[in-house]
Design a protein around this ligand. Structure first.
Ligand SMILES: *Cc1c(COP(=O)(O)O)cnc(C)c1O
Length: 369
C-alpha cells in the first residue's frame, strides 16, 4: 500500500505530469538494473510491448515475422496489428521454438519462454524479440536474464503471470536507438520532456498512446520487491514436489533447466487418455492444473482462416498465398506432445509445510490415475 498511497496522496497519476522522477521511471530504472539491461519502458500490457518492439524495427507492411507455433495468440495479434505476417515455426521436444527450422535470411523472430522454460535464442538474426510474459526472472544458460539476449524483451503483469498489476507490460532493451524510437512512438511520436506538453521534431513519425499510469507502476514497483521471494518460493516447492512425485513408467516430468522460472511442473503422459484422466483426477481433488493445447496456433481460427476486421483483410492481403508454416510434419508431433502434456502450477507464497502437504496431495492424485 505504501507506494500506491504515495501516488494517490501526491495527486499525480500521469507519469509525465511533473519534472521530478515518476514512480514509472523509478520502476523502469529498477527493472533495468535488476535484469541487466540498459533501458526499460513501461506500457499497458505485453501485447502492446510486442507491438512496440516490432514497429521500432522499421519494417515494411507484409514483412514476415517468425513466431512460435506454440504460444499465446497475443504474439500473432501483435504481429498482424503491425501490418506484418506471422510465420509459425514448430516446436522441439521441450515445446519451445526449434531455431533449426528458421531460414538463413530470417530478420525478425519472436521467441517465447513459455511456462518459465527458457527457449533457445536463434543466432545471427538481427531482431530477436524475447516474449518473457511467462518467464520473468528466468535465466539463460549463460546466466543472462531472459529478455536481455536479443534486440528486446517483453514482460506481462497480467493477473496470471509471475508478478501482477492486473494488467501491465514492460520492455527491456540495451539498444539506445531502439529505446528512443519506442519511447517516442509510445507517447504520440513526441520528444517528451517530463513536466511539459509534448513536442514534435520536424522528422517525427506518428505514434500512439501506450503511456503507463502511476498507480499501475506503483503496484508493479511493489511487486518487484517480492521477485526474489517469489522465485525462491517456486524453487523450494519445485524441489519438494520433484522429491515426492510417484515413480510411474507412464508418467514423465519434463526436465527444467536450472535457470528456468519454476512456475509449474510439466508432465508428459504416455497417452492422451491418461493425460485426460489425470486432468479429471486433479480437478476432482481441487488441484489446479492446465493443458497447453490452447497454445497450438496452427489450429487457431485467426491463423487458420486468416481473419481480420479490415474490409480488405489487412494485413493478410499482403501475405503470400501459400501456408506460412515451418514444420517437418505439419505439427503432427507437436499436436501429439501437447495432447499428452499437463501442467500443475506451483505456489510460491505457501509456507514450506503447506508446500509439502500440497505436493503429497498431488502425488496421491497422480497415483490414482
Ligand atoms: C500473457 C501472454 C502475452 C500477453 O500479455 P498481456 O500482458 O496479457 O498482453 C503474450 N505472450 C505470452 C506468451 C503470454 O503468456
Amino acid at each position: 500500500m505504501s507506494e500506491l498511497r504515495e501516488v494517490i496522496e501526491q495527486r499525480v497519476l500521469f507519469r509525465y505530469q511533473t519534472e521530478s522522477e515518476s514512480v514509472a521511471s523509478r520502476l523502469e530504472r529498477t527493472v533495468a538494473d535488476r535484469l541487466g539491461s540498459a533501458h526499460a519502458l513501461a506500457v499497458h500490457n505485453c501485447t502492446e510491448a510486442l507491438r512496440l518492439c516490432l514497429i521500432s524495427t522499421r519494417p515494411a507492411v507484409g514483412d514476415l515475422v517468425y513466431i512460435p507455433a506454440v504460444t499465446f495468440v497475443a504474439v500473432a495479434g501483435a504481429v498482424l496489428s503491425c501490418g506484418l505476417i506471422p510465420v509459425l515455426v514448430d516446436a522441439d521436444e521441450s515445446l519451445s521454438m526449434d531455431p533449426a527450422l528458421l531460414p538463413p535470411d530470417a530478420r525478425r523472430v519472436v521467441v517465447a519462454h513459455m511456462e518459465g522454460t527458457v527457449a533457445h535464442i536463434p543466432p545471427d538474426v538481427p531482431y530477436v524479440i524475447e516474449d518473457c510474459a511467462q518467464a520473468l526472472g528466468a535465466r539463460l544458460p549463460d546466466g543472462r536474464h531472459a529478455g536481455t539476449a536479443g534486440y528486446a524483451g517483453t514482460y506481462s503483469f497480467h493477473h496470471n503471470k509471475v508478478l501482477t498489476s492486473g494488467e501491465g507490460g514492460l520492455i527491456v532493451t540495451s539498444n539506445p536507438e531502439a529505446w528512443a524510437r519506442m519511447r517516442s512512438y509510445h507517447d504520440h511520436g513526441s520528444a517528451r520532456v517530463p513536466g511539459h506538453y509534448p513536442t514534435w521534431e520536424q522528422d517525427a513519425h506518428y505514434g500512439e498512446n501506450f503511456v503507463t499510469s502511476e498507480e499501475v507502476a506503483a503496484v508493479q514497483f511493489q511487486q518487484f520487491r517480492h521477485l526474489e521471494e517469489v522465485l525462491a518460493g517456486l524453487e523450494r516447492m519445485y524441489a519438494i514436489a520433484m522429491d515426492l512425485l510417484p515413480d510411474r513408467p507412464e508418467l514423465r516430468v519434463l526436465p527444467r533447466a536450472s535457470g528456468d522460472a519454476k512456475v509449474s511442473l510439466r508432465f508428459r503422459w504416455e497417452s492422451r487418455e491418461l493425460r485426460d484422466a489425470a486432468v479429471d483426477a486433479l480437478t476432482a481433488r481441487g488441484i489446479a492444473n492446465w493443458t497447453l493445447n490452447k497454445y497450438l496456433l496452427p489450429d487457431h481460427p485467426v491463423l487458420k482462416a486468416r481473419r481480420s476486421l479490415y474490409a480488405d483483410g489487412f494485413p493478410w492481403n499482403h501475405a503470400p498465398d501459400e501456408v506460412l508454416a515451418l514444420s517437418h510434419d505439419r505439427f503432427a508431433r507437436t499436436r501429439d506432445l501437447l495432447n499428452r502434456t499437463l501442467c500443475v502450477p506451483l505456489s510460491p507464497e505457501l509456507p514450506e509445510q503447506d508446500q509439502i502437504a500440497a505436493s503429497k496431495a498431488l502425488r496421491q492424485a497422480l497415483e490414482a490415475v
